[in-house]
Write a new protein. Structure first.
Length: 553
């Protein structure tokens, strides 16, 4: 995958996509698979903004049962099954447990009915040919079994637990990147750090996008018959749009120390006085735990979106109050993910109501604007958007995105493939490295191994990292359009997945990437400083002033 701005400026495309988060990337992939000529640009790196904030859950919509919203539920179940099939190395079934208290609407009896109904509605949930990618049915367990599975949870009023299976992403950044790479594999022209600054028009119709190269400088025109604005919170603004605004709230997920469970734990912020509050999940993730999601009011420019240390501390305290035996504190937080999500209403009330359905709007000038509500259904929404594009182009082309593997996902049985990869592992690379590379890159792992075999230094782990090897950084530069150190640290590798990897690791990573991209020492220093500044901010969140503290309270 090459950053070819000459091609973007030279060709006239069928579809130009602005924004390459999970929605924009999925639209580009779907359109390319149908044989359309596609351009896709993003003002930053692929998935750098809204899509970077994820609890890593691909869920089948169990919570929609409370509204009897079977349409949304079926859509989520279908997309979950598709992701299991087309990205078997990145998406896997995972058990969820929610402790149950009392005998009301959220007690044993009601959850038993809900789980049985969930199994009935998701009767076709197992479409994958891989037995390890099959989801078991849900069940209610006794109080004793719940305590055995999750020792230390609050026992007062505990009547049992509900267990069901959803999916988690091994690495949401790699899933998005696999989508981008798949679009490129089928002919799409993609470029990161290319910002849309306006619409090209012929009369009152959009015929493309005026764009600016944020790496090399200079403007370019990307011409297309259909323009899709998938810039999320930045949609409309980038392309001079108007119309009914989408309202947003801040969403926050935090990375903390491990909690010692091998299942995700549902935690309710209920109390005896307030009844049931918001449900949070603690999701084991490598050597850490992800906790989320907290929703906070937002108003203003999306570029100014941030969470404060006070808000992070309040969120952790709320989770700790719900299950105090876990002993979580603000100091346990090693990384804070945040982003904007669409909501219903003004988002200033005490209970923020999330948007329930995606929006696809066609503006007066012909620009199609899409607003998604969750990661799980991005592929399905992309199919709808490309159907509309095909209708406008007068093209008939069947959708193939549900049956075509993502880059790296072309395998029938992950465990068998992994076993063969370990048998063939080079002497210079250990089993642990091969296993991890297969689980992140799928069938593409061999490209990384070839680089590792070319130099013993590239087969070793980055200083201070027990996982990432130097070959991954070289591969990111050569094949995955990494042009900044932040691209490698946050989105191509897991170097900062658990927090700051240390100064030595950043220095070594910058040295390897700089050698590939021709950086001098001054450029390397600037790149390290930029990443270090972001990591410190993501660890502590932004400081809060006294005035802001009063407003939060």
């Amino acid at each position: 995958m090459r950053r070819d701005l000459g091609r973007l400026a030279r060709e006239t495309f069928d579809v130009a996509v602005v924004g390459a988060g999970i929605y924009g990337a999925s639209i580009a992939r779907d359109a390319a698979l149908r044989g359309l000529s596609v351009a896709a640009i993003d003002s930053g790196d692929f998935g750098h903004a809204t899509s970077a904030n994820s609890l890593k859950i691909i869920h089948g919509g169990l919570r929609y049962l409370q509204h009897l919203d079977f349409v949304r539920m079926r859509a989520s179940i279908a997309e979950r099954s598709i992701l299991l099939a087309i990205a078997p190395h990145l998406v896997r079934p995972f058990p969820f447990l929610m402790p149950l208290y009392g005998h009301g609407l959220h007690g044993r009896e009601a959850l038993w009915v809900a789980l049985k109904l969930n199994d009935l509605v998701s009767f076709d949930r197992n479409r994958s040919r891989d037995p390890s990618r099959r989801l078991l049915g849900g069940r209610v367990v006794s109080r004793e079994e719940c305590l055995r599975l999750s020792p230390g949870i609050v026992e007062d009023g505990l009547t049992g637990g509900a267990i069901w299976y959803d999916c988690v992403m091994q690495d949401s950044e790699r899933l998005l990147l696999a989508t981008v790479l798949s679009a490129a594999d089928h002919g799409a022209a993609l470029a990161n750090y290319v910002e849309a600054v306006g619409v090209l028009r012929s009369g009152d119709r959009a015929i493309g996008v005026r764009a600016r190269d944020r790496i090399g400088g200079g403007d370019l025109d990307v011409r297309a018959r259909v323009v899709v604005d998938a810039a999320g919170p930045w949609a409309r603004r980038a392309l001079d749009g108007n119309g009914e605004p989408v309202r947003w709230a801040r969403a926050m997920n935090v990375v903390t120390r491990p909690i010692g469970f091998d299942h995700a734990l549902g935690v309710s912020s209920r109390s005896r006085t307030r009844g049931r509050g918001r449900l949070y999940f603690l999701v084991p993730w490598g050597q850490r735990t992800l906790i989320g999601t907290a929703y906070l009011p937002f108003a203003g420019d999306p570029d100014s979106m941030a969470v404060t240390s006070a808000e992070v501390a309040a969120f952790v305290a709320e989770v700790d109050a719900a299950q105090p035996a876990l002993g979580l504190t603000f100091d346990d937080v090693s990384f804070v993910h945040s982003g904007l999500v669409p909501i219903i209403g003004d988002g200033q009330a005490s209970e923020i109501e999330l948007g329930r359905r995606h929006r696809v709007d066609e503006r007066a000038d012909g620009v199609v604007t899409v607003t998604g509500v969750k990661y799980t259904t991005a592929r399905g929404v992309a199919e709808e958007v490309v159907d509309r594009a095909c209708a406008r182009l007068g093209r008939r082309a069947a959708c193939a995105s549900a049956s075509t593997p993502l880059r790296g996902g072309d395998m029938d049985h992950l465990h068998d493939y992994l076993a063969r990869a370990i048998e063939r592992q080079p002497e210079a690379v250990g089993e642990h490295v091969v296993r991890r590379l297969v689980e992140r890159y799928g069938t593409d792992y061999q490209r990384v191994l070839e680089i590792a075999a070319s130099s013993p230094s590239l087969a070793r782990s980055i200083n201070g990292s027990s996982e990432v090897v130097g070959a991954e950084i070289v591969h990111a530069a050569r094949a995955e359009m990494a042009v900044r150190l932040s691209d490698v640290v946050f989105r191509r590798t897991a170097l900062a997945a658990a927090g700051h990897p240390g100064a030595a690791a950043l220095d070594e990573a910058s040295r390897i990437l700089g050698a590939e991209l021709g950086w001098d020492s001054a450029r390397r220093t600037r790149e390290v400083e930029d990443v270090d500044r972001t990591l410190v901010e993501k660890r502590h969140a932004r400081p809060v002033s006294l005035a802001a503290t009063a407003a939060i309270r």
